[in-house]
Structure formats: C-alpha cells, structure tokens
Design a binder for this molecule. Structure first.
Ligand SMILES: N[C@@H](CCC(=O)N[C@@H](CS)C(=O)NCC(=O)O)C(=O)O
Length: 238
C-alpha cells in the first residue's frame, strides 16, 4: 500500500495517473494548500520542501519519496513498467521527463503566477513565461510529428508532460496551431487510468476557466497561498 499526499494540481495528478496506470493500491490524502497543510511539521518529515506531491511506500519500510519526477521514476522502477530498463530506452524517457521537470512545469507555473495570481500585471513577465511555454510546446509538437509518444512506448514522460500541457488554458497558452500536440493530448486523455487519475482528487480547472467568478476565487486563494508561503523558509509556488 502506498500513501499519496497530494492536491488537484498538475504535479499531484502526475502521480495519481501513474498509480492508476500501474494498478498499485494507494490511499489518497488530499492536502489543503490554502491552509498550508504542506508546511506542517508532520508533512515536512516526508517532504522537507513542503510541497505536494509526496508518497510513503508502506510496503518498503515506510520509504518516503518527494519531487514528482523522482516519484514517477520510483514507481516505474518498482513495477518494471512505464519505462524501459535498457540504458538508451531509459535515457530517452529521462530526457523528456527532465524536459518537463526543468522546462514545462517551471515555465507554465510562472506563467500562472504572473498571468493569474500576481496582484500587479507585469506584461514583460507574462510575455516571458507564456512565450517560453509556447516555445516548449512547439518542441513537443515537432517531436510528436514523427513519434506516437515522447519516448518509445507510452511512459512516465508522457504522463508528466500531459498533466501540465492539458492545463494550457489556465496558463493562457494556445495550442491551436499544434496539431501533433493536440493528437497526443487527446489520445492520452482517452485512457481510462488517466481519466481516473485526474479525479484523484477531482480537478475543476476547466469549469473555473469558463466561470469567471470561480476563476477569480481560485486565483485569489492561490495568490494568498503564494504570499503566505513566501514569508516562510520553505517557500511557495502554486
Ligand atoms: N518540483 C516539485 C514542485 C512541487 C510543487 O510546486 N507543488 C505545488 C503544487 S503543484 C505546491 O505544493 N504548492 C504549495 C506550496 O508551494 O506551498 C515537484 O515536481 O514535485
């Protein structure tokens, strides 16, 4: 049994999707990020960085793992699925996983901060992060033109990138002229385990985007969390 500490965010959903794909039994613990559950001493013992997601593997002497990329690799290696074990195949998956962890995630995260949450609207910052997210999307689109998935068979690299790309509207980034990215996004969304994973816990992001009041309320909560978190040593970034 695995304990999953998470919330309805792209980084959290990466792990619930992977657990569903792998059919590993897990217990969902949804943290309230606005109440700063993730900064409480009990959780900092699991993840000293005070962010979700994190897991504790009860079948491995309560082994804790934090950082979504590291959790995905741990789960793939534990089961021998969603990542090949030969050196080149594994490297291909790691390349696209790192691309998400070092590129797509941070750039879309900052696009969200400056486009949605930051009290002042700073056009140069919004342009910078939306522009860089768009550039990274084009890299994905170009690669997917000749490849069904990012790195050989469907893998943790697809899960990691998909969980972020699907939220592109919240970041204010268009994928209209990226047909290959769209084909890949649609094909992953059709997987039953993926549909289940994004309900753990449920995300109402699309509803929030279409409902201006709800979008404003969500952005307001995220802004407060950001401001509270920034005054702490553990830092915050929704
Ligand atoms: N690099 C980390 C990022 C984790 C992260 O930023 N988590 C966000 C939610 S997606 C969080 O916990 N934010 C609350 C906070 O910073 O206090 C990972 O991939 O696990």
């Amino acid at each position: 049994m695995i304990d999953l500490y998470t919330a309805a965010t792209p980084n959290g959903h990466k792990i619930s999707i992977a657990l569903e794909e792998l059919a590993l039994p897990y217990t969902l613990h949804t943290l309230n990020l606005s109440s700063n559950d993730q900064k409480q001493p009990w959780f900092l013992k699991i993840n000293p960085n005070g962010r979700i997601p994190a897991i504790v593997d009860r079948t491995e002497d309560d082994f804790p793992v934090f950082e979504s990329g590291a959790i995905l690799v741990y789960l793939a290696e534990k089961t021998g699925e969603l990542m090949p074990s030969d050196t080149k195949g594994r490297s291909r998956v790691m390349q696209w996983l790192m691309f998400q962890m070092g590129g797509i995630g941070p750039m879309m995260g900052q696009a969200n901060v400056f486009f949605r949450y930051f009290p002042e609207k700073i056009p140069a910052a919004i342009d910078r992060y939306q522009g860089e997210s768009t550039r990274l999307f084009r890299v994905l689109d170009g690669h997917l033109k000749d490849h069904e998935y990012l790195a050989g068979d469907y893998s943790i690299a697809d899960i990691a990138n998909w969980a972020w790309v699907r939220t592109h509207r919240w970041s204010g980034v268009s994928v209209d002229d990226m047909p290959h990215l769209k084909r890949w996004t649609d094909s992953i969304r059709a997987r039953p385990a993926v549909l289940k994973g994004i309900e753990m816990p449920p995300s109402s992001l699309n509803m929030r985007i279409d409902d201006e009041d709800k979008a404003r309320q969500f952005a307001e909560e995220a802004r407060k969390m950001m401001e509270t978190g920034q005054s702490r040593t553990t830092g915050a970034q929704p």
